[in-house]
Design a binder for this molecule. Structure first.
Ligand code: GTP
Ligand code: SPV
Ligand code: MN
Length: 602
């Protein structure tokens, strides 16, 4: 590798205009052609044709799935890569022990050496995008430069991409110029598939420069830079500076029979149920009584105190990049209806007649697995466990009429939750804001196939942000605590666990649509109509406060669902204590003080 220091693109570009940054990128990467994306339907169709011609996309059965395509990724490129993801702040301490760190100059040098000439023979796409409704004051823009047309079409479904976003960037630049501030403000994302070699794959973030460099992966959160890289890692940094929150949360509106809609924001780690809760269909008895569920977002939530002091939230995304396995007419009919047309499927299996298929969909036997081989159960699951669909949110039958409101929706409750076979009860409420921040900060969950690495290991995943917080967790927790002030009317904070198991390994709770029963109690608590009792973890539903009528469940299992085992809790406290210790002295003392008195020292 060339060891000569070179001026990095982001640094030398500074806040230069969009055009000059794109020219610099092209001078480094040397593409054969540059295409500025306008986001039009014509452009989308042209890219689909191009990818059909070169085999990047296979058409699916047009009778059953019009406008749907299959993409098979490289078998070594099927999920986020946390061990190759870096936050490059000037001071290592600012990235925190929760992130891999590299000094910005070294990281730029490493990445620019990889990008040097990497787009020869390829087309470079310039993808302007807006995270959030185009006219929302909470929305932010970025530009992703990529050599992957698959990334371009995914960005078109997932963000407000094209001419309107470019116009917003230029308008904001002109407004800055009028105030005497130079340059355009947008997140600069540079992406190349490179050689798709895991040994030459890095996802680097430069929050102080609002820049991202991603090389060597075409998959999901590694490559669709508007999503985790911008809307969580960079945005969480910006949000801290500017007094708002960028969170790994779904947003769902629950309309009660009284006709009031309560918006709930819920943080569950990757592949732990956000899409499913966001699209929940009420159980029969609730539907008949008039309960309705409105989907605002399924993965990311940006929120800030509004003029009335409540937290107002937008979904910065325009589409869903959802987990396919487990999605069925029984578990998530709204998702299934959403993906019947104009959907990109990645790493699913195929039936004989060219329909997409995955484990848990139905009892048909697929013909071809996610790698394109004839299906043989000896090779493992037919669909990759992290197989995904990409689809416009507007196709979702439960898409909220307020999802595009520029001011967002007001949040009544924040819910944290993890995938825990033991220890954590179905639901509890935090005693106050500080305790709620403690509950979020100490969340843990079993790892899933959404990232490479071992599955099923319990790890601390504060606020479901372990892979996504762009700065030190201690500072992140302090930022959350700072929202408690007289002018802010804070939502209640709750914790749920849909995944508790019995001794035979079966889930105790039916989950999915029945989760509305838990949301009903949460709304009841916010409205001060539902009863609760004290416990060492927080406030549990009082006897009879949680509606369980009509569920096929023994009284014994009902009790076990919300039971707290004192040995389990003691082990949890111990583990939380060492987790706080591992984060060092930036953890706010108010959080350590939430531990039982003999555990909160240090
Ligand atoms: P990301 O897109 O990775 O952030 O995931 P997500 O949090 O949106 O997870 P998703 O809703 O896609 O669910 C992941 C898996 O958990 C799927 O296989 C679901 O079928 C399963 N799941 C979701 N909700 C429940 C539930 O209430 N109970 C049970 N047992 N499984 C669930
Ligand atoms: C997650 O892993 O939380 C996802 C999928 O939502 S990805 O976009 O690949 O990060
Ligand atoms: Mn996610």
């Amino acid at each position: 590798m060339n060891a000569l220091p070179r001026a990095s693109i982001a640094q030398s570009g500074g806040l230069a205009s969009l055009e000059s940054w794109v020219s610099e990128v092209a001078a480094l990467t040397r593409p054969d052609r540059i295409h500025w994306c306008d986001g039009s339907e014509t452009e989308y169709r042209h890219l689909l044709e191009l990818m059909q011609a070169d085999g990047t996309l296979l058409p699916l059965n047009p009778q059953t799935h019009p406008g749907c395509w299959l993409h098979r990724s490289d078998p070594d490129d099927v999920a986020r890569v946390e061990h190759l993801t870096f936050v490059c702040t000037r001071e290592q301490e600012d990235a925190g022990p929760n992130n891999h760190w590299m000094a910005p100059a070294a990281a730029h040098a490493k990445m620019d050496a990889l990008f040097d000439g990497c787009m020869r023979g390829r087309t470079m796409y310039v993808v302007p995008y807006c995270m959030g409704p185009i006219d929302s004051p909470l929305a932010r823009c970025g530009v992703e430069v990529t050599d992957s047309p698959y990334v371009v079409i995914n960005m078109r479904l997932m963000t407000r991409m094209g001419a309107e976003a470019r116009a917003r960037i230029e308008r904001e630049g002109a407004e800055r110029a009028a105030r005497g501030e130079p340059g355009d403000v947008f997140v600069r994302g540079l992406h190349s598939l490179g050689e798709l070699d895991p040994a030459r794959r890095f996802i680097m973030h430069f929050p102080e420069e609002l820049a991202i460099k991603s090389y060597g992966s075409g998959y999901g959160g590694n490559a669709l830079l508007g999503k985790k890289c911008h809307a969580l890692r960079i945005a969480s940094w910006q949000a801290r500076q500017e007094g708002w929150l960028a969170e790994h949360m779904l947003i769902v509106g629950i309309e009660t029979p009284a006709g009031e809609t309560h918006y709930i924001a819920a943080a569950f780690p990757s592949a732990c149920g956000k899409t499913n809760l966001a699209m929940l269909i009420p159980p029969e008895a609730y539907r008949e009584a008039g309960w309705k569920v409105w989907t605002v977002g399924d993965d990311i939530c940006w929120m800030r105190p509004g003029p009335d002091g409540r937290l107002w939230a937008i979904n910065p995304e325009a589409g869903f990049f959802g987990v396919a396995p487990g999605t069925s007419a029984a578990s998530n009919p709204n998702a299934l209806a959403t993906i019947q047309r104009d959907t990109i499927f990645t790493n699913v299996a195929l039936t004989e007649d060219g329909q997409p298929w995955w484990e848990g969909l139905d009892d048909r036997v697929p013909a071809t697995d996610w790698r394109g081989r004839p299906f043989d159960p000896a090779n493992g699951p037919a669909a990759h466990p992290n197989a995904r669909f990409t689809v416009s949110a507007a196709q979702c039958p439960s898409y909220s009429p307020h999802a595009e409101d520029p001011q967002g929706v007001p949040i009544s409750a924040i819910v944290f939750g993890g995938r825990r076979a033991t220890t954590m009860p179905l639901v509890f409420e935090a005693r106050d804001w500080t305790h709620g921040v403690f509950v979020g900060a100490t969340m843990a969950s079993e790892t899933t196939a959404a990232a490479t690495g071992q599955v099923g290991i319990v790890r601390r995943d504060p606020m479901a942000m372990k892979p996504f917080c762009g700065y030190h967790f201690g500072d992140f927790f302090a930022h959350w605590l700072a929202f408690e002030r007289p002018s802010v009317h804070l939502p209640g904070i709750f914790h749920v666990n849909w995944f508790r198991k019995d001794e035979r390994g079966a889930f105790l709770w039916p989950g999915f649509g029945e989760n509305l029963r838990v949301l009903e109690w949460i709304i009841g608590r916010v409205q001060r109509t539902a009863e609760a009792i004290e416990s060492p973890m927080g406030l549990l539903p009082a006897d009879g406060a949680l509606r369980l009528d009509g569920l096929d469940m023994s009284a014994w299992d009902e009790r076990r669902l919300i039971a707290i085992d004192s040995e389990d809790w003691a082990a949890e406290v111990h583990s939380i204590q060492s987790f706080f210790a591992s984060l060092g002295d930036r953890v706010p003392p108010q959080l350590k003080n939430q531990l039982p008195p003999d555990h909160n020292a240090g």
